[in-house]
Design a protein around this ligand. Structure first.
Ligand code: SAH
Length: 261
């Protein structure tokens, strides 16, 4: 996610205008309003982009001088639910970087927020950092590998212009939170908690692709209501706030270089 090396195309290296943006989203409910907003079209057959057998879905189109690819990991082939979580997110991000060669990745989605850290329902955060909270390996150095903390691309100008909050993001493969997770999230100093971000960050970093993380709060983790219930109650309304924020982010990116962000 740091600005990449010189063998990268100009835009990814920070000097040319950004032309290809990859939006990675975990859930269909989060993805479809953005598909409509940016007037993206389905890119069938998916096998022409992704290996046969992968349930991953890609939409694409041109918007304000940018080529946008929006990918989501699709439905679990057996259970029919959205393929949320780190494994699917990492795989679809990996394949998309290889096939689509984006200049910038936007991982957009919903998240749990900590009111003790200033989060409220409907807030949209730009994550300054991403780390894992459920990869406990209590051996020196492996412990740090497990946490996998990374800085995201710094976007000082975007933050000045857009009305987004800033906070650290902690990622794990569960919607609920065990006491172990809670301690690790506190150690990560996180304000928001999701199930994909740090995995997308890991892959983006591997291939020196700048990445930003736009996370809208559907539920308050340190509040009274059960997370799953609160998440489902707020999903549709908060998705509207997420779409609004992602649109503003993409509008801001249009015509700029990575180093202008
Ligand atoms: N029952 C839900 C399951 C979605 S899982 C359904 O209707 O399908 C939750 C998704 O929202 C994940 O993609 C995750 O990144 C995000 N999310 C929202 N609130 C979260 C929280 N409190 N903890 C972890 N992930 C959360």
């Amino acid at each position: 996610m740091a600005p990449p090396q010189s063998d990268q195309p100009d835009a990814a290296a920070g000097s040319g205008a950004i032309s290809k943006v990859l939006i990675v989203i975990a859930m269909q409910t989060e993805a479809l309003p953005l598909v409509n907003k940016f007037k993206l079209v389905d890119a069938p057959p998916h096998e022409s982009t992704f290996p046969k057998g992968a349930p991953w879905i890609r939409y694409h189109g041109n918007y304000k001088g940018l080529h946008i690819d929006l990918v989501w990991p699709g439905k679990d082939p057996v259970l029919g639910v959205d393929s949320v979580g780190t494994v699917s997110a990492a795989l679809v991000t990996y394949a998309s970087i290889q096939m689509l060669k984006p200049d910038l990745i936007i991982n957009a989605g919903t998240a749990g927020g900590f009111k003790a850290k200033g989060a409220s329902i409907g807030d949209v955060f730009l994550a300054s950092d991403a780390a894992f909270h459920d990869r406990r390996i209590p051996i020196p150095v492996f412990d740090m590998y497990g946490i996998g903390a990374r800085k995201t691309l710094e976007t000082p100008n975007m933050l000045k212009e857009l009305n987004l909050k800033v906070g650290k993001l902690s990622t794990g493969d569960s919607l609920d939170m065990t006491p172990h997770d809670e301690t690790a999230i506190l150690n990560n100093d996180a304000t928001v908690k999701d199930m994909e971000g740090a995995a997308v960050a890991y892959v983006a970093d591997m291939f020196s692709t700048p990445a930003i993380f736009v996370k809208a709060v559907t539920d308050i983790v340190d509040g009274e209501k059960p997370t799953a219930e609160e998440f489902l109650q707020n999903l549709v309304a908060v998705t509207a706030a997420l779409d609004q924020a992602v649109t503003e982010v993409v509008d801001f990116i249009s015509g700029k270089c990575i180093s202008d962000l």
